[in-house]
Design a protein around this ligand. Structure first.
Ligand code: ADP
Length: 358
């Protein structure tokens, strides 16, 4: 049985905003699901409806086989970690972590054991007597995590829990959350706008845009087989290059015509394009900055070079197409840079629907 299912969930706010438009999602027990998308795409609204803080306008939220739409948050067997920590400022760290256990009227000894264990797990034992105001952002976020751990709920919901932290701490906490999940094996639904977090944390990623799910898949598949141009450019840094090109057929061979060059399409994709009637039509191609080779082929005009350790990101223009390329930093890049596209890594999208062809 799934730990959590959403069936055609809709959310209209009172001001008429249609924040979530028919979301369907099945989450297995012990899965770590990351919901990712740009600001305003409906991620938090979806999470708040799961938690019960927001009512779904339509559809069903099913936990362990039971519809919970009308169940109050406390009765849903879920814990939640927010971006803003949401710790009680007048309570000590110990009291903050103990809070959900006190609410359940557990015995004092048991509360003590569980709090100490959770504090140890996220390394806040030395601060148990402090108030949240006497902690750094990272320490506060750990306390919030400890509180979610002791609650020991089947499902843990996390809403951008790391976005208040600096880059180094974010990386560290990411690892801790991942380790914690491996140990506790609970079901986590994690919301973020950060595609790196999504790629590194999730067993599966849900990409959202304008209240609609664009793709649900493993990080590898989302990266290697994006369902449409939006997913292709949202996941990965730098963004995938998306350019218009044409499919032609000459002497029985299906080729790509891009910026005056005729390129051979690998046979499996060539067959697919022909089968789907894309011959003699314009399409969109996508290739990542890394899916190219230095030398031969195109000459792109260099606009900007960014040196990042052992590699360099080069922003170029190719006959009006803006293209990001990546090279080893050992190469000296001048006004023009020669490159060719790795055709095995090329993505094809429909120019009208922007959906993946192959
Ligand atoms: P995200 O978490 O992806 O940034 P949200 O779920 O917070 O997005 O918001 C989705 C949409 O719903 C946005 O257009 C936002 O302006 C709108 N919205 C969010 N909360 C409310 C609210 N309480 N009242 C009205 N509109 C809201």
């Amino acid at each position: 049985m799934n730990a959590l299912s959403l069936r055609n969930i809709q959310k209209y706010y009172e001001n008429g905003a249609h924040a979530v438009k028919g979301v369907n999602l099945d989450i297995g027990c012990g899965e770590f699901i990351v919901v990712v998308g740009p600001s305003g795409c409906g991620k938090s609204t979806t999470l708040r409806m799961i938690a019960g803080f927001e009512k779904a306008t339509d559809g069903e939220i099913i936990v362990n086989g039971k519809v919970v739409n009308d169940l109050e948050p406390m009765k849903r067997d879920m814990s939640m970690v927010f971006q803003s920590y949401a710790l009680y400022p007048y309570m000590t760290v110990y009291e903050n972590i103990a809070f959900p256990l006190k609410m359940r009227n557990l015995r004092k000894n048991e509360i003590k054991r569980k709090v100490e264990e959770a504090a140890e797990t996220v390394s806040v034992t030395p601060y148990l007597k402090r108030k949240p105001g006497q902690l750094s952002g990272g320490q506060r976020q750990r306390v919030a995590l400890a509180r979610a751990i002791v609650a020991n709920t089947a499902i843990c919901l996390m809403d951008e829990p790391l976005s208040n932290l600096d880059a180094a701490l974010r990386t560290e906490m990411r690892r801790e959350i991942k380790k914690l999940h491996q140990r506790l094996q609970n079901t986590i639904v994690y919301v973020t706008h950060d595609q790196v977090e999504a790629m590194t944390l999730g067993n599966r990623i849900v990409v959202m845009k304008d209240g609609i799910i664009q793709q649900i898949d493993t990080p590898k598949n989302i990266y290697e087989k994006p369902a449409n141009c939006f997913v292709a450019s949202f996941i990965g840094n730098p963004q995938m290059n998306i350019c218009s090109a044409s499919i032609i057929k000459e002497e029985g061979q299906v080729n790509l015509l891009f910026v005056g060059e005729k390129l051979t399409i690998p046979s499996e994709k060539a067959n697919m394009l022909e089968l789907k009637n894309y011959v003699n039509r314009e399409i969109l191609i996508g290739f990542r900055a890394t899916d190219i080779l230095y030398g031969r082929g195109y000459m792109a005009e260099v606009e900007h070079v960014e040196l990042i350790g052992s590699k360099q990101h080069v922003k170029t223009t190719l006959e009006g197409h803006s293209v990001n390329l990546q090279f080893p930093s050992s190469l000296s890049i001048d006004k023009f840079v020669p490159f060719s596209i790795n055709m095995d890594k090329l993505h094809f999208f429909d120019i009208n629907t922007e959906e993946r062809i192959c």
